[in-house]
Design a binder for this molecule. Structure first.
Ligand code: G6P
Length: 365
């Protein structure tokens, strides 16, 4: 069936806006009465000792985020690599390893080759895909659909939030199987997840504010994204979105690495976008922000109401998101990453849905 823009100016705008609805579909498909329902044959996470995750582009940042969840919530060691590096490194894959491939299209050549490398070595081959009939889905022991619907914009948006949500469900399932969450704690986590579509809907309310900030970002030559903990991969996704469609040079750093190099770039012409909900690492992010501001850097702080109150003076721009359970923050903060890139690209007049030199699916090496 032909997919249209549903009244939006671009596919990307439509795909950003429909995230609450797609996440509702996704949660409906995976949440049973008392647990996460995976398609047959499922996976026994109690029998797995480590997880190797491989992907490209935005899907790679979904994997990096999921590493925090699998390790912190499920106590499962995770290794993450970009698909183009993975197989040439000839990583040893021993018994007790499950390999998990994340791909919107399910056809990315490097990701498929990485999957084939793991065949016969890993105990189980899992994939998280949007296209259920894809090569990667077909060649997996267990393929988990993300229910995002067709994604047309080259820059991935709703596929990212849906990949993250499936990966979080999987991490919760693993945590229960591995005795890290008892029934009550597990049920509480699922209740948190049920609030996600409503939170995403509220997050979309920053559209006008993101538009206003983007008019200023469009003047920059370089933009830095900072994040800590689970927000570090989101900083990468924010920088990737921005460079893909606005062609502005953007880089992401773990906030704590600022002083090991990128601080040399800071002056008043470099906006620094800090993604920092008011969580257990917030104070550390504030001191990193102060290091930036002391050098004239212009900080755009993406946070919640409590974070905005505690950030102190000198922050150039604040984007306020709803407060949310810590585990959900990386999914929620995808929205400002997407909207800042979208509006900055509009301000620059670039082709948002078909950025130069990029392809939706890279089926050659
Ligand atoms: C291309 C697309 C990206 C995507 C990446 C991986 O670079 O432009 O948006 O994240 O491929 O694609 P996949 O289909 O494997 O998720």
């Amino acid at each position: 069936a032909q997919v249209d823009k549903g009244g939006h100016r671009h596919f990307m705008a439509k795909e950003i806006a429909e995230q609450p609805a797609r996440l509702t579909d996704l949660l409906g498909a995976y949440m049973g009465k008392d647990g996460v329902e995976l398609p047959a044959p499922g996976i026994d996470f109690a029998a797995i000792e480590r997880l190797t995750m491989v992907a490209c582009g935005t899907a790679f940042y979904a994997c990096l985020t999921a590493k925090y969840w699998f390790e912190q919530i499920a106590g499962l060691p995770v290794e993450v690599d970009v698909a183009s590096e993975f197989r040439y490194r000839e990583p040893p894959i021993g018994a007790g390893t499950a390999a998990l491939f994340v791909s919107q299209s399910g056809e990315t050549a490097d990701t498929l080759a990485a999957l084939r490398y793991c065949r016969g070595k890993a105990d189980r081959i899992l994939s998280v895909v949007n296209v259920a009939e894809s090569s990667i889905a077909r060649e997996s022991d267990l393929a988990l659909p993300i229910h995002a619907g067709p994604e047309i914009g080259v820059a991935s948006t709703k596929a990212f939030s849906c990949q993250l949500t499936v990966l979080l469900l999987l991490a919760l399932d693993a945590a229960r199987a591995r005795g890290r969450l008892d029934d009550a704690a597990f049920a509480a986590r699922l209740d948190e997840l049920r609030t996600l579509p409503g939170l995403m809907n509220q997050a979309l309310g920053i559209d006008d504010a993101a538009h206003a900030i983007s008019a200023r970002l469009a003047e920059a030559r370089d933009i830095l994204f900072l994040g800590r903990g689970r927000m570090y991969p989101l900083a990468h996704e924010g920088a990737l979105k921005l460079k893909e469609i606005s062609y502005i040079h953007a880089e992401a750093y773990a906030s704590g690495e600022l002083k090991h190099g990128p601080i040399a770039l800071i002056d008043k012409s470099v906006p620094v976008i800090v993604m920092a909900p008011r969580d257990e690492l917030f104070d550390k992010s504030v001191s990193n922000m102060q290091e930036v501001m002391a050098r004239g850097g212009k900080v755009v702080l993406i946070t919640d109401a409590a974070g905005a109150d505690e950030a102190g003076d000198g922050v150039w721009q604040v984007l306020r998101l709803p407060a949310c359970p810590p585990a959900l923050a990386p999914i929620l903060y995808a929205v400002p990453a997407q909207l800042l890139a979208y509006h900055t690209a509009l301000a620059k007049g670039t082709d948002v849905d078909q950025p130069r030199n990029l392809a939706k699916s890279v089926t050659v090496e």
